[in-house]
Design a protein around this ligand. Structure first.
Ligand code: MN
Length: 387
């Protein structure tokens, strides 16, 4: 069985670094989407791709071996993250595909996370891998449709990733392949920006796999390019009629250089399935504590007992037994306020920080008095807000 393939990757229009890695060599195709600060995302995705590529060169005979190989990649990343505090918590998705040749060739697909493998056959695009993501769980439960999941604000939360825990569950899918089939491996940067319907259209429009890979990345970028995008396209060819593949260079980061690179922010947080449910239980058990945190987390303005405008900490009217407390009393008296501001104060306009409340009142004071008056710290005694 002959194959021809192409690959393309890009950091996108927003991010400065590309934490995706891929390899398309020796009959094994791998896409990994790394996550973690201090360049750890690149390290994790490069380790995953390097490990799987090296193992696959020794030969893969069945699904169990494929699964074992991906688990080795998990161990490599997990161990590296324990060895270097800058890489603690790093992780990566992995989507890999390889074809077992024979009378009836079979494609093996391994998946952890939300990078994907698709099969394009007879003009139809079918998803082979199933995402390990928060929104996919909601789709499974019938809460979201696939299209709603694609644009959901929490769509980037993965429930499984390599490198997070000592052990990882790896899904392996088997799919018979035929001449004329086309495989697509991609990171979520593609599917976030380009719908399955759009991908399907472009699939039929571009016959050259390298050209298609580049076009898909380009379209993801022109649709916003909010994330790194990586695409591998593999054509299953008739044995004799087609030329062999041109070389496709890997995209994996040089691991040594990355180790000491500067710190960057976290891109997204991997949440293991077990951790996810542990969190759910914790949230339920600590409901009262959280209510207290919520009750004390806001800021609002109101009139104190002496009809002075004051900044309160807490929630208007209080929550359960958590009453708001006075943070600052201003020199503003209720009777000098214009009607719209009077209404704001009486209705306890809320702010997310005391600074925001003060800025708002500074403007009011300038408008009303023509100058900023000094504020006096309020008492710490519990009081009830209201006009
Ligand atoms: Mn991504």
């Amino acid at each position: 069985m002959k194959m021809r393939w192409g690959a393309s990757t890009d950091a996108g229009m927003v991010r400065t670094q590309n934490e995706d890695s891929y390899s398309a060599e020796h009959g094994i195709f791998v896409v990994a989407d790394g996550m973690g600060g201090h360049n750890a995302g690149e390290v994790a995705s490069a380790l995953a791709v390097t490990t799987v590529k090296a193992g696959a060169r020794l030969g893969l005979d069945d699904a169990a071996e494929f699964r074992e190989l991906v688990q080795q990649a998990n161990t490599a990343i997990y161990t590296a993250s324990l060895d270097d505090s800058a890489q603690r918590g790093m992780g990566t998705t992995l989507a890999a595909a390889t074809v077992l040749p024979g009378e009836a060739p079979v494609m093996m697909v391994a998946n952890v996370g939300d990078s994907r493998v698709y099969l394009h056959r007879d003009g139809r695009l079918v998803r082979i891998s199933v995402d390990h993501s928060y929104v996919q769980e909601l789709v499974n439960e019938g809460v979201l449709t696939a299209e709603e999941a694609r644009v959901h604000p929490r769509r980037n939360i993965v429930t499984r990733a390599l490198g997070i825990d000592r052990h990882v569950a790896v899904d392996v899918f088997l799919q018979e392949v035929r001449t004329g089939d086309r495989l697509l491996l991609c990171s979520d940067g593609l599917v976030d920006e380009v719908s399955d319907a759009q991908i399907q259209t472009l699939m039929t429009r571009h016959s050259d796999p390298q050209e298609l890979a580049e076009v898909l990345v380009m379209v993801a970028n022109s649709n916003g390019g909010h994330d790194n995008t990586t695409v591998i396209v593999v054509d299953i060819l008739d044995d004799i009629s087609e030329p062999v593949n041109r070389p496709v260079p890997d995209h994996t980061a040089p691991l040594e250089e990355l180790a000491d690179a500067a710190s960057r922010g976290w891109r997204r947080i991997p949440v293991g399935a077990a951790l996810f449910w542990a969190l759910v239980v914790t949230v339920v058990l600590s409901g009262i504590t959280l209510t207290g945190v919520y009750a004390r987390s806001g800021w609002f303005i109101g009139f104190d007992e002496n009809d002075r405008v004051a900044i309160y900490r807490g929630r208007p009217g209080g929550v359960l037994w958590f009453e708001p407390t006075i943070d600052t009393v201003t020199g503003l008296a209720g009777d000098v306020l214009p009607e719209d501001i009077m209404r704001d104060v009486a209705l306890n306009r809320t702010f997310s920080s005391p600074g925001q409340a003060r800025t708002y009142l500074d403007f009011v004071e300038i408008a009303v008095v023509g100058t900023t008056t000094t504020t006096v710290p309020g008492s710490a005694t519990t009081t009830t807000a209201g006009g």
